[in-house]
Design a binder for this molecule. Structure first.
Ligand SMILES: N[C@@H](CCC(=O)N[C@@H](CS)C(=O)NCC(=O)O)C(=O)O
Length: 209
């Protein structure tokens, strides 16, 4: 296997944590977004969508999405299970992972990509240049606040996001909550359940990678 990583970006960090939690050591190649290496022909030949994360599997298949990579690794290396074991558990992990991507990850990205001067005309990752829309950043910021409310409500009821144990959904959520610092948003001080959950996840060795 070959893992295409980028040390500064949240999407590959999700895969990095998943790989570490599985106890796997996979050959890694770093692609620098700062140097626009994802747009160079050598990388586009691997992923024409020009996005990182990418995993080349043992059979040579190219997987370009976190969820696809996680599903592949979970099937190939079932222990420890990170995506649930029973039908109900598997459904809950996918459900919470999707909620977090859509209600947390997208709004954070919307704010960053529509405000950061380095992302001028790069409002969406990929080969197509799209201009920034400031109103999307404003709406994204409001949605991030709603995301923190949603998390606090859930984590008041449950120790971890999807199940009574650590899963892929916690990885996804942790990475996005941590990444919110780039838009100067942190877990509100009056959200004790989310703060406690964040501390628990941050103490895992995989979170330091
Ligand atoms: N849905 C993809 C997201 C991939 C993605 O958007 N990656 C970003 C880094 S977090 C990227 O490649 N950005 C390149 C760019 O900004 O041009 C996944 O699950 O991995």
């Amino acid at each position: 296997m070959l893992f295409y990583d980028c040390s500064t970006a949240p999407s590959p960090r999700r895969a990095r944590m998943f790989i570490a939690e599985k106890g796997l050591a996979i050959e890694t190649r770093d692609i620098s977004i700062a140097k626009s290496e994802q747009l160079e022909p050598a990388f586009l030949a691997i992923n024409p969508h020009a996005t990182i994360t990418v995993l080349e599997t043992d059979s040579g298949a190219i997987l370009t999405e976190n969820l696809g990579i996680a599903a592949y690794l979970e099937a190939a290396h079932p222990e420890p299970p990170l995506m649930g074991q029973t039908p109900d558990e598997k459904g809950a992990v996918m459900m919470w992972n999707t909620i977090v991507e859509q209600q947390g990850g997208w709004p954070i990205a919307e704010v960053l990509r529509n405000t950061n001067p380095h992302m001028k005309d790069r409002a969406i990752p990929g080969q197509t240049n799209l201009e920034q829309i400031p109103a999307l950043a404003e709406r994204g910021m409001a949605r991030v606040d709603l995301f923190f409310d949603l998390l606090e409500e859930r984590l008041t009821q449950s120790r971890f996001l999807a199940l009574d144990q650590f899963t892929l959904a916690d990885i996804t959520c942790f990475v996005f909550v941590d990444f919110a610092r780039v838009i100067r948003r942190r877990i509100p001080d009056d959200n004790p359940a989310t703060l406690a959950w964040f501390k628990t996840i941050r103490s895992r060795p995989s979170a330091a990678l």
